[in-house]
Design a protein around this ligand. Structure first.
Ligand SMILES: [Zn+2]
Length: 506
């Protein structure tokens, strides 16, 4: 992108605003100032660079992702945001790319005087870590009752859980199951278990690919097993200590260090007390990278998903930073890595927040805000919020939308089911009232190589971002922080997490 040209454009825009102001002989309102700064052309510039083939689809990890991070940091620098990472604007996340090693993998169940050896082809490493277990006692537990387990029950033992067949599950139920399963190895590690065995029905998905793992994470090795003999001996058993022991051998996986980065800039608040609290504005800057081989296009550009959100974060930050007055609360702008791999960057942030979670009043996440051609019909001059009834956030953006001539709407089918599908979920699970703002949920090129920047409606995007900027500013200027809707049973987990931070409900 020609930066010089862009700066000239901006100067011309400012000049135009100043001229019209002089003619009108009055100070432009905050909304007018924001609207003059967030332009379709600047958004197009940002998205076209982030989604260019040169960045190769911004896979996590990749050189394209690193270049995108540098670009975002440069834009935060231009806007005058305070760097809030450990390395300037970068929050460094030490990860490892871990490749399971199936060589010499063995599992034997000793029960009723019999040794049942699992077929190696009926096992996969869910959490690949080295293990050598000999005649260890086995404990079976319900996946829904893991929190009741104690160190006494589990130390040095093998934890066995049955994984329900997810083939008939909704996407929401699948995600829920995925989250539950991901919690098992760290929990088992905390309680001193030696190994986790997930009993699965044959044909269920297991992850055998190389995967990212936080370098310092502690967890117990977890083995997915669908061997019929082992399953037959264990499925009928009730939860509790089993009349069985387990022996197993797992080789250490190959692990290559990977440095991943969230990009974080802060617009510092001005109110002596409220400036120590913040509103977080997020978007993920990664996408699916390059996939497949052979003839044709293999670059997943991710223009709408989510270069659109990333460019929006940049322009909203620049517009709010350019206002004469600082907001009362601080506003933290975060571009996140690894969303497409399962909210990896946002979960990392939630574990290593720049502001304490207690002082973080909301996360406003932006996803797919560029295209208006939703698979179910056009979406112009409107935006959706996930978890529309989960908190009072939608009300705040509804009012901001009214002022900017655009509607905040609830998608009756997807408002709730998509709440857990993007980075706002990691913040919600940490207790922070959150939402994802989108223009489309499903669009024709979703997760395809054709998600390219010329297909975005940048005029509409500028209008949406203007409403988002105004809503964020209102939130940052209000002494009242957004609250979960405690009457909605779907918020129970998030409310519990919020209360655990010590936040006082109003
Ligand atoms: Zn996305």
């Amino acid at each position: 992108m020609p930066l010089l040209q862009r700066r000239n454009y901006r100067l011309r825009t400012i000049a135009a605003v100043l001229c019209s102001t002089a003619l009108a002989a009055q100070t432009p309102s905050v909304l007018e100032r924001i609207a003059s700064r967030i332009t379709a052309n600047d958004l197009k510039a940002g998205v076209s660079f982030l989604a260019s083939d040169a960045l190769e689809g911004r896979g996590t990890p990749s050189r394209g992702l690193d270049i995108a991070a540098e670009y975002i940091a440069a834009e935060f620098r231009r806007a005058g945001l305070e760097p809030a990472g450990d390395d300037g604007y970068f929050q460094t996340a030490p990860f490892a790319m871990v490749t399971p090693n199936l060589e010499g993998l063995e599992l034997t169940l000793e029960t009723g005087g019999q040794n049942i050896k699992a077929d190696q082809a009926a096992m996969a490493l869910q959490e690949p870590r080295a293990a050598d277990v000999t005649h260890a006692a086995a404990v079976k537990a319900d996946l829904g009752a893991l929190d009741a387990l104690t160190e006494d029950q589990l130390k040095g033992k093998v934890l066995i859980v049955e994984v329900p067949n997810a083939s008939g599950f909704s996407p929401e139920q699948r995600r829920d199951l995925f989250m539950r399963l991901a919690r098992v190895p760290p929990l088992a590690s905390k309680l001193g278990a030696a190994l986790v065995i997930q009993l699965r029905a044959a044909g269920q998905p297991t992850n055998t690919n190389a995967r990212l793992r936080e370098a310092s994470s502690a967890a117990v090795p977890a083995l997915a097993v669908w061997d019929s003999a082992v399953g037959g001996a264990l499925v009928a058993a009730k939860a509790g200590p089993l009349e069985a022991t387990v022996s197993a051998h797992i080789e250490a996986p190959a692990a290559a260090p990977v440095k991943l980065r969230n990009v974080i800039g802060v617009l510092r608040g001005s109110d002596p007390a409220l400036k120590n609290t913040c509103v977080v504005v997020t978007a993920h800057y990664d996408h699916l990278g390059v996939r497949g081989t052979g003839e044709g296009d293999h670059i997943f550009n991710g223009a709408n998903d989510d270069a659109s959100g990333t460019a929006s974060v940049i322009e909203i930050a620049a517009a709010l930073a350019a206002l004469a007055e600082r907001p009362k609360r601080s506003i933290v702008f975060v571009a996140l890595f690894g969303e497409e791999l399962g909210l990896v960057g946002s979960r990392y942030y939630a574990q290593h927040p720049v502001f304490p979670l207690l002082d973080t009043v909301a996360d406003i996440n932006l996803e797919q805000v560029g295209r208006t051609d939703d698979s179910e019909g056009p979406r112009v001059r409107q935006f959706n919020l996930t978890g529309f009834d989960y908190s009072n956030i939608a009300t705040i953006f509804g009012k901001a939308g009214e002022e900017t001539g655009i509607r905040a709407v609830k998608d009756e089918k997807k408002s709730d089911s998509y709440f857990g599908a993007s980075d706002n979920a990691a913040f919600a699970l940490a207790g922070i009232p959150s939402t994802t703002i989108s223009v489309t949920y499903m669009f024709p090129d979703y997760h395809k190589v054709g998600d390219e920047w010329p297909k975005l409606d940048f005029d509409n995007m500028a209008r949406v971002d203007c409403a988002v900027a105004l809503g964020v500013l209102r939130m940052a200027d209000s002494a009242e922080s957004p609250q979960w809707n405690r009457d909605n049973p779907k918020t129970a987990t998030y409310v519990q997490a919020r209360d655990a931070t010590g936040a006082k409900p109003r």
